[in-house]
Design a protein around this ligand. Structure first.
Ligand code: PLP
Length: 349
């Protein structure tokens, strides 16, 4: 039995066109991916709406999935439309009202040379209920981050916008370090010594009412949430800017926040400068952003984002892919009117 403590609600997963119980083990230990990280993945969320669960910007995620696969010379064994349908199917199979969806393409069993010449490419899709990535408190009160002493790999070395499993070893090591040192998350600089991004999140700041972020030439993955937030900010009438972020700008911003499918919009309220490894951690300087609480524009964007992903603004409905063909089908499958569920849930606040 596989413990599902960290995969609440997970009952089944999709693998190469079949649905398996969560407890089924299918991958051989000599699979290429286990040794060299030769996989590509996506992180996607589905939110509860009045028409049943809807997957946010699914097409954009699957487009990026194909771009990532091309970077690893993979022949994807399914079309974009088939993968979209499989994502919808696995949320239905798990009877989830909201979900984090994880498609993963990997080189499986064949040979173990560095070039996976005899390894087939396999696709799995799992989903479960994943709450706030940096904790429930994080979105309400903001997080304390650590400026890491290690630099993000450079965009001239590898395209940082592709989600290759092996590349995430850097995120794993340094996100773990930040947490071990008592922080909520780490922040990478790039080789130029400017702000890059978090291990799994982009960074956006607000200064004098301008909403600003960096781009792939600063060695970041240009996230889908980042693009969404920039569009929402413009729609709300804010000026937006894309240019490099210096450390000084970052520390002196009026507001700073993370964006990401997992992290959604998470305010950053304190930053510790941990770059000098000669100093002991209690000598590291701590900076407070604004008054140390989530900023006004951050909260406004976070609220709007939360509403848009839940289908509360018709003008952004083109970003939603409904999991069920009709609200009736959703109601029948989920046992209760999604509408009444939503009302009941909202009435608790
Ligand atoms: C390194 C990195 N940066 C940024 C992001 C945010 O991207 P998105 O908003 O597409 O989830 C992610 C998550 O996918 C990531 O892994």
């Amino acid at each position: 039995m596989f413990d599902t403590t960290y995969f609440p609600g997970a009952k089944k997963y999709w693998h190469m066109g079949e649905i398996y119980d969560w407890d089924t083990r299918l991958v051989h230990v000599m699979s290429h991916v286990l040794h060299y990280g030769s996989s590509v993945f996506e992180g996607i969320r589905a939110y509860e709406t009045s028409r049943g669960p809807a997957i946010f910007r699914l097409e954009d995620h699957i487009d990026r999935f194909f771009t990532s696969a091309a970077a690893l010379n993979m022949d994807v064994p399914y079309t974009k439309e088939e993968i979209i349908e499989a994502c919808r199917l696995i949320v239905r199979e798990n009877r989830l009202r909201s979900a984090y969806i994880r498609p993963n393409l990997f080189y499986s069993y064949g040979n173990l040379g560095l070039t996976p010449k005899a390894c087939p490419v396999e696709l799995t899709i799992g989903c479960w209920e994943w709450g706030a990535y940096l904790g429930d408190e994080a979105i309400a009160t903001g997080v304390h981050v650590l400026l890491l002493p290690w630099k993000r790999f450079h965009h001239t070395q590898i395209n940082a916008s592709v989600k290759l499993g092996g590349l995430y070893v850097q995120s794993n090591i340094h996100a773990t370090y930040a947490r071990r040192m008592g922080f909520d998350e780490g922040i990478f600089l790039n080789l130029e010594g400017r702000i890059a991004e978090g291990p799994g999140e982009n960074i956006i700041l607000v200064k004098n009412g301008i909403v600003k972020t960096n781009d792939k030439f600063e060695s970041i993955l240009e996230g889908i949430t980042r693009t969404t937030i920039l569009e929402l900010a413009r729609d709300l009438g804010y000026e937006t800017e894309i240019s490099p972020i210096t450390i000084e700008e970052f520390l002196n911003a009026d507001e700073v926040f993370f964006t990401g499918t997992a992290a959604e919009v998470t305010p950053i309220t304190r930053i510790t400068d941990g770059r000098d490894q000669e100093k002991s951690p209690d000598e590291w300087e701590v900076f407070t952003i604004g008054d140390g609480t989530p900023g006004k524009i951050t909260l406004q964007l976070s609220k709007l984002y939360g509403e848009v992903v839940r289908g509360k603004h018709e003008s952004y409905d083109h970003w939603l892919t409904y999991v069920y063909d009709s609200p009736e089908e959703a109601r029948m499958a989920l046992g209760e009117s999604p509408d009444s569920m939503e009302k009941e849930r909202l009435s608790r606040f």
